[in-house]
Design a protein around this ligand. Structure first.
Ligand code: GDP
Ligand code: MG
Length: 439
């Protein structure tokens, strides 16, 4: 976004609470910036309304100023507008996945075929391309060259064969060869016309694709969103690929497609090289649209604070539950599950940041821990002291869970260590001690 916004934002810096009045100017600036980025008007209106509703009444929360929180609200709404999460490609449950690419002429379909094949190859999938654009002999050659460049076979026939026939035989060939993914290139026109739509419908009916993706040029701004809508209504698509993001500094297409068409952007092309295709990450795009470095720092700071609040909740829970084996199990399960959320693990007192290798290790030891805790009586779980005091009980747990007595003793010791560590960290109670296990 632009400098007008920045100055509007600066005026907000001293306020104690966000009101309808004091956010009016920043909202006007956001509105202007979005319209300049060629986001469609209804989308802009809804966006501004949503942000305003959330913002009014927001005050200082834990050291994060209201203006900083407004940035976070804008950021989060941008992410939501673009669909929130990454929308992954869908693969056939078994057999060959068929991906059909459609789109106007020159948007980058043929290039995307090869880029996508390379992308999927890196995911360990075998690919094949089908040259379904028969209108220019050069199009078939172009696909062949690109296919060779990324090391993927290309199925082609002459220019006098119907595209649906070529697509049909190409897909059959891929299935026969047990290829994981076959990508069908099609012809585009400069404008939407009935011949193109009819041809696409026929190809789609013939190959029954797992993914029918519309390739759109990001530089066309809100026109891209309208195209996705039209193609979806006409032939039915599963998502869009936004190309030439490297040439679009404004982000209008990225912002509008999902909201206007209801279809997700699955991948983006951001350059002419074969490697320049990647999943569409709404949060990164929101960051890019907000642009300003200091704005992003605000957002991160605000998020950090939210996480701190979560962590404090967690700590309170741990304290009030006195941290028995039930909590221990919940905790261990949570840690094991959080594979993708390493930052959350950073919040668990005394655990610090955790590496992926450590997470895998945690998953393995979770199974062992679970089996031992399963073998405890409910009373033992709530009063770990019972186990600390009684070797007979520990022996029974070991036998019932098929683990060694040493493993059970370790688990019991671990629980008490965690208790102490948490209490110390929280400074709620002084000291505390780890009982020596009676033998
Ligand atoms: P098609 O007519 O839809 O098949 O489009 P092509 O695949 O032939 O691409 C048209 C032009 O756009 C080519 O010159 C490509 O190199 C270029 N192109 C495709 N994708 C991108 C991209 O993400 N960024 C840039 N800068 N150029 C692209
Ligand atoms: Mg082409």
């Amino acid at each position: 976004l632009t400098s007008g916004l920045e100055s509007a934002w600066n005026k907000l810096k001293g306020v104690d609470v966000l009101t309808k009045e004091n956010i009016a100017e920043p909202m006007r600036e956001i509105r202007r910036a979005l319209l300049e980025a060629d986001v469609s008007l209804p989308v802009v209106r809804r966006f501004i309304q949503e942000v305003s509703e959330q913002a009014v009444g927001v005050g200082l929360i834990r050291g994060v100023r209201p203006d900083q929180q407004l940035v976070k609200i804008v950021h989060d709404e941008l992410v939501k507008l673009m669909g929130g999460e990454v929308s992954d490609l869908v693969f056939a449950k078994s057999g060959t996945t068929v991906i059909l690419l459609a789109g106007l002429q020159g948007v980058g379909k043929t290039t995307v075929c090869a880029k996508l094949a390379l992308y999927l190859k890196k995911l360990g999938k075998s690919c094949m391309l089908v040259a379904g654009d028969i209108y220019r002999p050069a199009a078939i050659d172009q696909l062949s060259i690109l296919g060779e460049q990324v090391g993927v076979p290309v199925y082609k026939e002459g220019t006098d064969v119907k595209p649906s026939e070529i697509a049909k035989r190409g897909v059959e060939e891929a299935k026969k060869k047990n290829i994981d993914v076959v990508i069908v290139d099609t012809a585009g026109r400069l404008q939407i016309d009935k011949t193109m739509m009819d041809e696409l419908k026929e190809v789609k009916r013939t190959v029954n694709p797992t993914e029918a993706l519309l390739v759109v040029d990001a530089m066309t701004g809100q026109e891209a969103a309208a195209l996705v809508t039209t193609f979806n209504v006409e032939i039915g698509i599963t998502g869009a690929i936004l190309t030439k993001l490297d040439g679009d500094s404004r982000g209008g297409a990225a912002l509008s497609v999902r909201e206007v068409s209801g279809k997700p952007i699955k991948l983006v092309g951001r350059g002419e090289r074969m490697e320049d295709l990647e999943p569409f990450y709404p949060d990164r795009m929101a960051g890019r649209i907000l642009g300003m470095g200091d704005v992003l720092t605000f957002v991160e700071k605000a998020q950090e604070v939210m996480h701190q609040e979560d962590a404090e909740d967690l700590q309170k829970k741990i304290m009030s539950a006195k941290f028995d084996f039930n909590d221990f199990l919940k905790q261990t399960r949570a840690v094991a599950k959080m594979g993708s959320m390493t930052r959350v693990i950073g919040m668990i007192p005394g655990m610090g940041k955790v590496t992926p290798a450590q997470i895998r290790e945690a998953e393995k030891s979770l199974k062992i821990t679970e089996s031992m805790i399963d073998a405890m009586t409910p009373e033992e779980r709530e009063k770990p002291e019972m186990l600390a005091e009684s070797p007979v009980r520990r022996k029974r747990v070991a036998q019932d869970s098929g683990k060694t007595e040493q493993q059970v003793s370790q688990l019991v010791a671990q629980l008490f260590q965690m208790r102490v560590r948490m209490k110390n960290l929280l400074g709620v109670m002084e000291g505390g001690s780890i009982p020596a296990l009676n033998n």
